[in-house]
Design a protein around this ligand. Sequence first.
Ligand SMILES: [Zn+2]
Length: 428
Amino acid sequence: MLEVNGWRRRRRDVPLSGYQELCRELAASGPGTFAELDSTGARSVLRRFSDAWFAAAKRRSAGDVSARFPRRRRGLVPVRWYHGTFTLDGRRVRIRTAKGTSALWVRLAREVPYPVEQVRSVTLLCEGGRLFLDVTAEVPVAVYPPGEQRDPGRVAGVDLGIIHPYALAGPDGEGLLVSGRAIRAEHRMHLADTKSRRRAVSRRAPKPGQMGSRRWRQYRRRVRLVEGRHRRRVRQAQHEAARNVISWAVDQRVGVLHVGDPRGVLDLPAGRRHNLRLRQWQIGRLLQVLTDKATLAGISVRLVDERDTSSTCPACRMRVSKPRGRTLSCPHCAFSGHRDLVAAASIATRVPGGGSTTPAAVVLPEVVTHRRAGRHLPGAGRSRRDPRRPAWAARGSVGPRRPAPPPGGESLAQQARIHNTHRKPGER
Ligand SMILES: [Zn+2]
C-alpha cells in the first residue's frame, strides 16, 4: 500500500486514500497481495490506512502542520474479522486465511466472557509488547423485576475529579465518594521509575543515526512492557471506580445521572499542551467508562454544565473562593461541607443544556459511602510493597515475624524458591 502510493507520488498522481479505491486496487492486484491474510483481513488493513490518512488530512486542513500522512512501515497492524469469518471454540479461535493456506488458530489465555452467539467481531492487536484479542459483543441492557425498576425521577449528581474520580450526591441525602489516591500514587511511582530508568541508561543511548546496541534494544523492550503494565493498572482502576458508582446507583434506584462536564470549564482546545496532572486525569476516558456501564445498567447519563459548582455555597448561593483542601467553608453563612460532594449536589440540580430555570433546592449528602479505586495496585496496601518504591521508603519493616529455628533442628522459615527447576543440581 505504502509502495503503491510512493510510486504514485513520484509519478505525481493522486495518492490512493479512499477505502473503496483501495479495495478496487486490492481486487485488481489479485490474491497473494497481503500474503496469508484473507480478503477480510486485508480490507481491515486498508480501512485502517484510509482512516489514518483522512484523520491526518482533517488535522492538516484544520491548520495542524505536524499531522503526518501514514508513510511508515509497521511490523504489526490491528486486524479485525467480522461475524462469520471466525469460529470461537472455547479457548481457541479459528480465523480464516487466504485460500490454499491453513487456517490461523489463536489460543486464548482465558475464555471469552460473552456467549459465542453475542460476539460480533474480533480484533487481533499488539499493545505494550503483548498480543490481545479484542472482542466486540452485543450485550443486553439489564432488566429489573417489576417494582425495582430504575426511577427516572431519582437523580444523582456526579462530580469528576482527580483525588476523587467520582463524587456522587443522590436523593435522600445519600452520597458516594470514590477515592483515586491509589491511581495518583501509581502515576507518581511510574513517573519516578521512568525518570530513574532513563537516567541510568542515558550514556548507552545511541546517537542519532547510530544503531542501538543489544542492551539498548533490551532496555527499549523493558520500557514498553513497563508502560503497558502501567496503562493496564490505571485502566483497571478506572473501571473499578466506575463499577462502584454504578452498583451504588443501582442500589439507590437512581434512574438518571447528571454528570458535570469539566471539559467546557477547562476549555481544552485540541492539541494544546496541558500539564501532566490534567492529562493523566483522562476525563474523556472516565466519562466513557461511566456512560458504558450506566447504559448497560439501564441508567441514563446526561452531561450538564459544572461551572461554579465547586465554588458556590449551596446554602446561601454566594461565591466562595476555591478551597485549597477538601472542605468548603462559607465565610458568609456558617456552612461547611466536603468540596466534591457539595459540587455533586449542585450538579444534581442542574439541567442539561443549562437552561436558567428556578434552581431546585440542593440536597446535601448526609450518609456518605466511601470506596477506593485501584485496591489491587501494589502501592495501595501496606501489605504489598511496590518494588518501584526506593528502599529507604520501606525502611523499618523486617517483614513478617517468624519463630527462631529450633536448636539443631531445621529452619521454620519458608524454603527458598528456586525458579530454574528445569536444571538438576550440579548440571550446567
Ligand atoms: Zn454560604
